[in-house]
Ligand binder design. Structure first.
Ligand SMILES: [Zn+2]
Length: 77
């Protein structure tokens, strides 16, 4: 009996820890960015990254650019 296995399976490969975007003010992950969304499918077509007012933190309710978690951790507080 030949056992078929999916060569492309990545289920057992531990994913590298994603470098999460965080709020630079409070460190929350609840940061949002404005985007263009297809009205029919609801799919995000593209992100709007025009300025700091295009980013919003749900946690501290402030506009501002998010920062990478690694960047936040490397900063001396
Ligand atoms: Zn925040």
């Amino acid at each position: 009996m030949k056992k078929e296995e999916c060569k492309n399976s990545v289920a057992n490969v531990p994913a590298e820890k994603p470098d999460t975007w965080r709020c630079r003010n409070c460190g929350s992950q609840a940061v949002q960015q404005r985007a263009w969304v297809n009205v029919n499918t609801g799919e995000v077509e593209s992100f709007i990254d025009g300025g700091r007012d295009d980013y919003w933190c749900e946690a501290c309710e402030q506009y501002g650019y998010p920062v990478r978690e690694s960047e936040l951790n490397s900063r001396a507080l």
